[in-house]
Design a protein around this ligand. Structure first.
Ligand code: NDP
Length: 299
């Protein structure tokens, strides 16, 4: 392994949460506004329950109000839409997040479309997608925004002209990541399951963002010497070395190999993961400012 710099997402997220808490304190003292993040969880998915609990804890730690609506898995779509409508109309609620995935009988796109775009702290509403791609002020999906923040810090803000390859084209990571890098004047390619000569395309990139959901798919020789690698993947794989039935988390990048070529790389865990909730808190503060005609802080 080379001496690639390890980009410490955990430390970065802690600093971002501190800045968010500072802005929350300012909003409360100067404007009497306590940002409120409301999360809706439908059903009992264990991973979703953990995420929602973590979101609630971190929201409160930042000095904001956290509200969680836990709905039964059999909740009709109409009832969920009604709840979203009432939150849209509630001035005390600044951010609405519907935890995905939703049960099969509920149409995800209909639900996301029902959220007021100005309260859409996940940044998934088509209005926010359109604003992002057209360079307007938008609420931006948290995971790619977290990646961008780490890249900007690493490059001292100078991303312009860099060749970036985003591996993955999902609406929640790949596409918004590409839009954000384009807005920073990177030369952006998006690769996916139909891309030809994938290792070669990856080797052309100064910035390689992997979001494929395939354990350690990106090998060391896919990484251009000196490139910066952001690994979004979170994959649980068997870890017999830790004992029978044990598992461990790995990214979409073979970390040990890629660190041999990269100049900097995010680890899994401890890289992109912790940034996602921190960016959600940031988005909630931005949303609260937008809704109250206050200039959003640059955090
Ligand atoms: P999706 O499954 O929605 O998208 C995966 C993308 O990878 C698709 O565009 C797919 O291409 C592409 N892909 C899949 N297999 C290959 C392959 N063999 N070669 C090239 N491209 C391939 O995943 P998400 O974007 O939701 O998530 C990606 C990863 O990021 C997952 O590991 C997920 O757990 C993680 N994640 C982490 C978050 C965090 O907080 N750190 C938040 C969100 C996700 P195609 O479109 O052609 O099918």
């Amino acid at each position: 392994m080379s001496d690639a710099k390890i980009i410490d997402g955990k430390a970065f997220a802690a600093k971002l949460r501190e800045r968010v808490a500072g802005e929350v304190a300012r909003l409360v003292s100067d404007h009497g506004i306590k940002p409120n993040l409301t999360v809706i969880l439908v059903g009992e998915d264990p991973a979703s329950q953990v995420y929602v609990r973590n979101k609630g804890t971190q929201t409160e730690e930042a000095g904001m109000t956290s509200v969680t609506h836990k709905l039964d898995a059999s909740t009709p779509e109409a009832a969920l839409l009604e709840l979203i409508e009432s939150l849209n109309d509630d001035p005390a609620c600044h951010g609405i997040l519907v935890q995905l995935p939703l049960p099969d009988h509920i149409d995800e796109s209909k639900v996301l479309a029902a959220i007021d775009p100005d309260k859409d702290v996940d940044g998934f509403h088509v209005i926010n997608v359109g604003r992002l791609w057209t360079g307007q002020s938008a609420l931006v999906p948290c995971t790619p925004y977290g990646c961008l923040m780490m890249l900007k810090e690493h490059f001292g803000g100078k991303l312009s002209g860099k060749r970036a390859l985003v591996l993955g084209r999902s609406n929640i990571v790949g596409k918004p990541m590409a839009a954000l890098l384009l807005a920073e004047s990177c030369t952006v390619s998006i690769a996916h399951s139909r891309t030809e000569d994938l290792p070669e395309r990856c080797r052309e990139a100064d910035i390689l963002v992997a979001a494929v959901g395939r354990p350690e798919m990106v090998r060391g020789d896919w990484v251009k010497p000196g490139a910066v690698v952001i690994d979004v993947g979170i994959n649980r794989v068997p870890a017999p070395e830790k004992g029978e039935g044990k598992t461990r988390l790995v990214g979409d990048v073979n970390f040990a190999e890629a660190a041999g070529n990269a100049s900097a790389i995010t680890p899994v865990p401890g890289g992109v993961g912790p940034m996602t909730i921190a960016c959600l808190l940031r988005n909630t503060v931005v949303a609260a400012c937008m809704q109250n005609g206050i200039d959003a802080p640059d955090i």
